[in-house]
Design a protein around this ligand. Structure first.
Ligand code: ZN
Length: 273
């Protein structure tokens, strides 16, 4: 297995985590924590492909945006229209958020053989049977599914990227989001993940946890192997957007360190094949 707790130069600062966060999440009984290091050369598994046939519904004109102290949590008004099946259960969209770091070389939560990416997007879904009851879903080992997209800053990249619109919303609402617990409502946004979720590729699948407290081991993870490209200028905006808990310093990083794989199995599955 790969490195544990090593996210390159970001490691020392521990991703903005406080002692209290670590206390809640680093229990003796925790065996299936996220994020983990992934093998970029993993062979394709025989499992059925994941098909995001409903990708067009991942278009969110209205959502709330909240500073929760670790990141901004965004809750689309029409979240339940967006859903996917992992060939066992249906999962409905619930909220999405990002993780970032102080430089373009780190900020993602998952890594490929120790290599981090600039950011990571998490599309958090709840199993259909739980409706929007997050607490109940957190108590079930199949309660949640998260689609993770790795995002890499590429110098000179000038095409549009999904992060451009989000960065704009958050710069426009900087005042309203500046401190922990603040929330703003966004209307009339052009935000859509459709084109990205329709692309063919591959996803890593494993059983893991939330990466922020309470770190519940209730998550089926689907992390896309093919990273999304964005401009360094867009990604830089995230480092100045919200402040650390109990301080006026910008939250320059918002990711958790790599966790042990233990006896879990990671599979690589085709996406949209
Ligand atoms: Zn996350």
């Amino acid at each position: 297995m790969g490195p544990v707790g090593d996210n390159g130069e970001c490691t020392e600062k521990n991703g903005g985590w406080t002692k209290a966060d670590s206390y809640i999440c680093e229990k003796e009984t925790s065996k299936s924590q996220t994020p983990i290091d992934l093998d970029p050369n993993l062979k394709l598994s025989e499992e059925a492909p994941i098909k995001l046939s409903n990708a067009a519904k991942y278009t969110f004109p209205a959502f709330s945006m909240k500073n929760n102290g670790h990141t901004f949590s965004m809750m689309p008004k029409n979240a339940q229209d967006a859903h996917f099946s992992n060939n066992v259960h249906q999962y409905n969209m619930y909220e999405f958020h990002f993780h970032w770091g102080p430089t373009d070389d780190c900020g993602s939560e998952h890594a490929f053989n120790g290599r981090s990416f600039s950011m990571e997007l998490h599309l958090v879904h709840i199993r259909h049977e739980f409706g929007t009851d997050l607490v109940a879903a957190l108590g079930d080992s199949t309660g949640l599914a998260v689609i993770g997209l790795l995002i890499q800053a590429v110098p000179g990249f000038t095409e549009k990227c999904i992060m451009d619109d989000i960065a704009k919303h958050y710069i426009d609402n900087k005042e309203g989001l500046s401190t922990v617990g603040k929330e703003v409502e966004i209307e009339g946004s052009g935000l859509s993940f459709k084109s990205i979720l329709e692309e063919k590729g591959h996803v890593y699948h494993y059983k893991g946890s939330l990466t922020t407290p309470p770190c519940s081991e209730a998550v089926a993870w689907y992390v896309r192997r093919e990273a999304v490209q964005c401009s360094p200028e867009t990604i830089a905006k995230f480092r100045t957007a919200i402040t650390e808990k109990g301080s006026s310093k910008p939250l320059e990083m918002s990711f958790r360190r790599l966790q042990r794989l233990n006896d879990r199995v990671v599979t690589l599955v085709p996406l949209n094949e």
